[in-house]
Design a protein around this ligand. Sequence first.
Ligand SMILES: Nc1nc2c(c(=O)[nH]1)N[C@H]1C(S)=C(S)[C@@H](COP(=O)(O)O)O[C@H]1N2
Ligand SMILES: [Mo]
Length: 333
Amino acid sequence: MPKVFKPSVKLTDNDVTDERIYRERRQIVKAMGFVGASSLLAKSATADWFWEDDDKKAAARRPLSFQEPGKYSTSETRTPFAKVSSYNNFYEFGTDKSDPAENAGQLQTSPWTLRVDGLVENPLKLDADDLTERFPLEERIYRLRCVEAWSMVIPWVGFELAALLRAAKPLSSAKYVAFETLYDPKQMPGQASRFMGGGIDYPYVEGLRLDEAMHPLTLMAVGLYGKTLPPQNGAPIRLVVPWKYGFKSIKSLVRIRLTDKRPPTTWNRLAPQEYGFYANVNPDVAHPRWSQASERRITTGGLFTRNRIETEMFNGYSEVAPLYQGMNLTKWY
Ligand SMILES: Nc1nc2c(c(=O)[nH]1)N[C@H]1C(S)=C(S)[C@@H](COP(=O)(O)O)O[C@H]1N2
Ligand SMILES: [Mo]
C-alpha cells in the first residue's frame, strides 16, 4: 500500500501541482530562447496542420505471450491503461501531455531495426519480429516516477536488457551503454520544429553505466497491459529503469552502443544543473525549483486530483543501493 503523504516543511505550498511543474520544465527551454510565448499557442495548430489529412488511428496493439509477474513486480494499484496511454512525455511529438497520444498514432514500427554495437564482440541487428521473439518475455509491474513529481504503476511486458547485452558480448573495455531514439523528422513533428520539440537537440539520447544496464531490474519493454506498446509509450521498444527518473527510460530505440566514456544524455545536456546523468529517484535531493519529497500517484480519479504519497529512495527499489556504495548521491544527482 502506498504511504499516506504527511505534509513536511519541504513542501510548504500545498497547491503546488505538478501541472505547474511540467509547465516550468517546458518554461526552461522557453527561457533559453527556443520557444516564444506565441509559439506555445501556435504549437497545437502546427500539430493539426501536420496531421490534418491523416487518419489518426494507431496500429492495432498485438497481444503478447509472456510469463506472469515475478518477484520484481509491485502489487500496488495499477494506473489505468487510458491514463498510461494518454498522459505522456515524448517531446518528439510535442511538449503537452496529450500531444504524444494525438500525434504518434502513425509512427511506423515495422519494419524497424535496433542495432547493438560499439565495444562488443558480437554486434547485433534486431528486426521488428526479433524484438518480441528473440528473448522470452515477462510481465514487470513497475512504478514509474517522473522528475516532474508524478508517478504511475505500469504493467510492462519485456525482457532484461542484460539478456540482450550478454548476446552482444561486451568487451572488457566497455564501461557505459548509450541509447538513441529514432531520428525521423518526417514522422516526428517535434524533431522538425524546434518550437514543437521543446528545444531539444534530437535524436533523444540516454545512457547508463554498464553495471546499471546489467541490473536485472533494467528492462527492455515491448508492451504494456499485455499487448505491444502504444506508439506514445515508445513503440516498438523502449528502456525502463524503474529506480531512476522517467527521462532515463528512453523510447523508440534504434541504437544501443557500448562505450568506454560516459555518453551525453538529453536532459543533462539541456539543463545540467537540474538533470544529472544518474537521475536516481531521491526524495532528499530537491530539484532546484521543486521538492522531490513527494509525488502525485496517478491511479483513478481526475488527472489533477490530490493523491500524494511520499517518494522513496530509488523509487522503492532498494536492491540497487549497492551500485552506488560510497558515492555522494547529492553530488551525483
Ligand atoms: N525519446 C524520448 N524518450 C522519452 C521521453 C521523450 O521525450 N523522448 N520522455 C521521458 C520522460 S520525461 C518520461 S516521464 C517517460 C514517460 O514514459 P510514458 O509516457 O510511457 O509514461 O518517457 C521518457 N522517455
Ligand atoms: Mo519525465
